[in-house]
Design a binder for this molecule. Structure first.
Ligand code: ZN
Length: 197
């Protein structure tokens, strides 16, 4: 668990992991503590994620905090006025400009907390997340539980046949898997699509 034990200067924190790993819960936990410390908090998320609500960061266990949907990373710079903490949820859906925006905020003394999927459904690094991790002061990787074997899971296996990179959904669309089970399924898919196997 990540404990805040000092007064923060500008910095970048990344919370990453697969679907159902508790990223948003951890983000909300840190924000609640910042609010208890009377810090001014603003939360942003990409407008693309409208699964539950346009105005709230909602975690899967329904703890929520109001947030502002934005069309681009640059909008965060325009809207983050007079704040101590900027939180960004579903960060994988922003483009690479998010890295520059987070750097500018942190360089101006703001604590930036970024939560997002570190890998897409194929297990490849997702959007700006790897570069954000490179420039962050602090990174936490949280894990779901593999639905096939019960080990810690880091992959978001897609159950549908869609090959779109962005496919919003919940447990009907994704299942968290460990490396071993993810590789088993990927190899099964390859053998189905390879003639002669
Ligand atoms: Zn497994």
């Amino acid at each position: 668990m990540f404990l805040e034990t000092q007064k923060w200067n500008g910095r970048i924190e990344v919370i990453c992991g697969s679907m159902f790993s508790g990223k948003t819960e951890e983000l909300i936990r840190r924000l609640k503590r910042a609010k208890f410390a009377n810090q001014r908090v603003e939360i942003f998320k990409p407008r693309i994620d409208q699964r539950y609500s346009r105005e709230e960061v909602v975690s899967h266990d329904s703890h929520s905090i109001p947030s502002t949907p934005v069309d681009s990373a640059e909008s965060i710079l325009l809207l983050a006025n007079n704040v101590d903490v900027v939180a960004i949820d579903e960060a994988q859906f922003f483009d690479q400009n998010l890295v520059r925006v987070c750097q500018i905020l942190a360089n101006n003394g703001i604590r930036v907390i970024v939560a997002g999927l570190d890998m897409d459904y194929l297990g490849n690094p997702f959007g700006p997340m790897p570069n954000l991790m490179a420039v962050a002061e602090h990174i936490v990787k949280v894990h779901a539980i593999c639905l096939r074997c019960g080990d810690p899971a880091q992959y978001s296996h897609r159950l549908s046949d869609s090959t779109r990179l962005v496919e919003l959904g919940e447990k009907d669309v994704y299942e968290p898997l460990c490396r071993h089970c993810f590789n088993l399924i990927q190899n099964e898919c390859k053998s189905i699509h390879t003639p002669g196997n």
